[in-house]
Design a protein around this ligand. Structure first.
Ligand code: FES
Length: 579
């Protein structure tokens, strides 16, 4: 640890309103004009002399998960004001997972650019990042990492569960479970309509260990959020206290050198990967963490990931892998419980924005005992191996991801006949066709759903079990695609196949009837077709990556990197960023 780090902010070092002046060729005029316009908002001279904490604000009528933000914002402001700075909220893009087409993933980088530029262009000495829904936390962290000002991540917190016929329901593992039962005829239309109103019953992010929960834990493990804040439910009074303290902390960071590049390091990224594996977090988090790390020139390579996976047990008994919800995880000891369980595998010298090292944090006595029915010990894990693994092979030369912990044990070593769908449209047109030639041992393959495809890598990797097989009781099949999967889903599902089919990867060459072999033990995924036949097919391949003529879609098409590089834009990663 660098002992020279200035842990405590000095408010006199803040530039406040005089930071980053508008260029009129006359600095005094620019400040005079800025102060004049700020006064039109009713600020006093006294207020305008203070250093400024910006608040990246992502409330939106299209983002149910951020419904608690008006109240949280007031608490953040209270914390900033009480600590001697001026809080100024500003809007940035908000991404509500289910309200965006073709997928929120297409807009994560847009949001990150908005965040980076607005933090850099506006006069603020530090910033609180308010996010929560799946893509917002990575976009905020990516933007803040590139902007380089001291930043504090504050998440919305998870939803509470609803009730239905005596059982608890939480978005969105139970959404999928009930939808699967409805498709197989086990649940009536009347009941599915009833369930629709009971899955997401409070503000906050999805109630299971999905992408939002995983990213909240990753943000705290990286050191970018207040210790203990990641899992506090959205509606809990402690969430408001965490917001107030986040505002105070952002004020203390003014003048400090605890910028994101001091916090997000090779070591803290490895710690975050360990936590991702121990909580059996979302596969999406691998892409997002790769993109966040990439903003600071830190690579995540497949072999290191698999080594960490083989050394890190799954400890957390939460849906979709286990039985419980985020509210239970919070009460059981939350991230602190996980960090303590795997402390000997973590780098203790990583810093948090509080200025404290992880080792210093974990040396403090626990205020509450850990509930080991929900956060298990290393001696009594849910699974002795990590929840996710990377696969390589002739079908995915640059890698693919399998959520091992959410897969059916009997399918982890499997060879089967491919049944291929060439696009999402083809999938939806044929998957429930009673004449579809498919059986439960087959391998369902979806092409053209990766980041470079027209659909921009949606969460479509959870291919539905064909209706006629579902009706026969088939619950899981090996499913392979270059798409993503919701962190709340489960099954033996191989995702993020790279290179993707839209750019001519081997996935594009699979034909119905080919044999495919998955081996979780060997971490391999192979297309069992000989090279001469592959060469013949490759020669006849027609590229499917679309060409966009204008706007953001054009930028996206020109700059999108593969899943193995976090799906960032090539000009935003550290090596290509100069501003
Ligand atoms: Fe926002 Fe799940 S829809 S976190």
């Amino acid at each position: 640890m660098n002992k020279k780090i200035n842990k405590t902010g000095d408010l006199s070092k803040g530039k406040g309103l005089a930071g980053g002046l508008t260029n009129y060729g006359d600095r005094d005029f620019a400040l005079y004009l800025r102060r004049s316009f700020a006064k039109s908002m009713g600020y006093s001279d006294e207020s305008l002399k203070k250093p400024i904490v910006g608040i990246c604000y992502t409330e939106s009528g299209f983002n149910n998960c951020h419904r608690n933000f008006p109240e949280l914002l007031e608490a953040v402001k209270r914390g900033v004001l009480a600590s001697g700075a001026l809080p100024i909220p500003f809007p940035v893009t908000s991404l509500g997972e289910v309200f965006l087409s073709p997928t929120s993933m297409k807009y994560r980088n847009l949001m990150s650019m908005d965040v980076e530029e607005m933090i850099r262009a506006q006069p603020m000495d530090s910033v609180v990042l308010m996010g929560g829904c799946d893509k917002t936390v990575p976009a905020l962290l990516m933007g803040a990492a590139s902007a380089g000002k001291p930043a504090v991540m504050l998440v919305a917190g998870p939803m509470m569960t609803g009730r239905h016929k005596g059982e608890r329901l939480g978005a969105c593992t139970d959404c999928r479970r009930f939808w699967g039962r409805y498709r197989s005829g086990d649940v009536s239309t009347e009941e599915i309509n009833q369930v629709e109103g009971r899955l997401a019953v409070t503000s906050g992010t999805c109630a299971v260990m999905g992408t939002a929960s995983t990213m909240a834990l990753i943000a705290e493990t990286l050191g970018m959020a207040l210790p203990g804040s990641a899992a506090i439910p959205a509606v809990h009074a402690d969430r408001l206290r965490a917001a107030e303290e986040s505002g105070a902390l952002a004020t203390r960071l003014i003048g400090s050198d605890l910028t994101p590049d001091r916090i997000i390091t090779r070591q803290s990224v490895d710690n975050a990967l360990r936590v991702l594996l121990a909580v059996s977090g979302s596969t999406n988090a691998v892409i997002h963490l790769t993109a966040i790390a990439g903003r600071l020139g830190i690579d995540i390579d497949i072999d290191t990931f698999n080594t960490l996976s083989d050394e890190t047990p799954v400890l957390v008994n939460l849906k979709p892998v286990g039985d419980n919800y985020m509210e239970d995880f919070h009460a059981a000891g939350a991230l602190e419980g996980v960090l303590r369980a795997i402390a000997d595998k973590l780098d203790p010298d990583t810093l948090s924005i509080t200025g404290e090292t992880l080792g210093e944090r974990l040396a403090k006595p626990l205020s509450d005992p850990i509930d080991h029915t929900i956060i298990r010990t290393v001696q009594d894990p849910i699974d002795p191996l990590g929840g996710l693994i990377a696969l390589k092979g002739t079908l995915a030369p640059q890698g693919a991801i399998l959520k091992r912990a959410a897969a059916s044990r009997h399918l982890l070593e499997h060879e089967g006949r491919a049944v291929v769908f060439s696009s999402l449209d083809d999938l939806s047109n044929r998957i429930d066709d009673p004449d579809l030639d498919v059986n439960g041992d087959d391998v369902l393959v979806l092409q053209n759903a990766g980041p470079g495809s027209a659909s921009a890598m949606p969460e479509a990797g959870y291919l539905p079990i064909p209706k006629k097989l579902a009706a026969q009781g088939v619950k899981d099949m090996v499913r392979i695609s270059d798409a993503r999967m919701s962190g709340t889903a489960f099954g033996t599902i191989v995702l993020h196949v790279t290179p993707e089919s839209a750019v001519g990867g081997p996935l594009a060459l699979v034909r119905t009837g080919d044999r495919i072999r998955l081996s979780a033990a060997n971490k391999s995924i192979d297309l069992l077709v000989d090279e001469s036949e592959m060469t013949r097919r490759r020669a006849g391949l027609v590229p499917t990556a679309p060409i966009a003529e204008r706007g953001y879609s054009k930028l996206y098409r020109q700059a999108i990197l593969p899943a193995s590089k976090g799906c960032d834009f090539d000009f935003l990663t550290k090596t290509k960023t100069s501003a």
